[in-house]
Design a protein around this ligand. Structure first.
Ligand code: NDP
Length: 243
């Protein structure tokens, strides 16, 4: 029987790489969510289908609290089940702490924290044994972040508590929950040729940005049978980040 993944924010960057990896090499049918870029989302679906799996793009804003259970219901209705959830959608609002408005705080917490809770809650209710929840955190929560990271680091740090508590609560149902902390990854959010790239490269042992595919490899491992006894874990894909 086919297995189904939901990857939030799967139209580009790390989410698109995860969606394509799960479809092409791990054999999952894959649903992705997106907000702005319909064309990019449909392109990911075409690639999923070219890999011989079913693909589904759902326009669903993580900032919309009502959307969480709807999107999980749509995945189950249209693809038959939800076996792995990848909480990837995330936004950054970097800036000095005194420059951040309450609207920034609300938006970042809505997308990076509340949505992760609500979609995980809805997905867990529909998952059977072997279900997997993987969330995308950030290496910023493991070290003193660079300047401007207060809000983003706070939001991503919340995922540690959520992941460990989900692991405990869902373990008796054979569902795992894990957290992946990427270091600097070359995407639209954080381009490797951007103005802040050099100090980020220098902050890694390997002296470079990672690729979205390198994060997708870790998610694929956590989705696999090989990782059946890994839960409540925080795994880094950060090139040896030590800022
Ligand atoms: P990108 O900005 O390149 O891509 C973000 C994706 O999320 C897009 O598909 C976008 O879709 C979607 N998205 C954005 N806002 C929402 C929303 N409100 N609801 C649903 N989907 C949304 O980001 P990355 O690929 O770089 O980042 C992916 C994750 O990895 C994030 O959680 C980020 O915090 C984390 N991360 C990234 C790092 C990096 O260096 N790149 C480092 C550490 C962590 P669309 O544009 O179509 O709306």
């Amino acid at each position: 029987m086919s297995r189904t993944a939901l990857v939030t924010g799967g139209s580009r960057g790390i989410g698109a790489a995860i969606a394509l990896r799960l479809a092409s090499r791990e054999g999952f049918d894959v649903a992705i969510t997106y907000v702005r870029d319909e064309e990019a989302a449909q392109d990911v679906v075409r690639k999923i289908e070219a890999a011989g799996r079913r693909g589904l793009a759902l326009r669903s804003d993580a900032a919309d609290a009502e959307a969480a259970s709807t999107v999980v219901g749509q995945v189950v209705d249209r693809l038959g089940s939800i076996d792995i959830l990848v909480n990837n959608a995330g936004i950054g609002r970097l800036g000095p702490v005194e420059s951040l408005a309450q609207a920034d705080v609300d938006e970042v917490l809505d997308v990076n924290v509340r949505a992760v809770f609500l979609v995980s809650q809805a997905a867990a209710a529909r998952m059977g044994r072997g279900g997997r929840i993987v969330s995308i955190g950030s290496c910023m929560t493991k070290y003193v972040p660079g300047p401007g990271g207060t809000l983003y680091a706070m939001s991503k740090a919340a995922l540690t508590g959520l992941t460990k508590a989900l692991a405990r609560e869902l373990g008796s149902r054979g569902i795992t929950a894990n957290l992946v902390h990427p270091g600097p990854i070359d995407t639209a959010m954080n381009p490797a040729d951007g103005p802040y790239a050099e100090p980020q490269k220098a902050g890694t042992a390997l002296g470079r940005f990672g690729s979205p595919d390198e994060v997708a490899s870790m998610v694929a491992y956590l989705a696999s049978d090989e990782a059946a006894y890994v839960t409540g874990a925080e795994l880094s894909v950060d090139g040896g980040h030590a800022a």
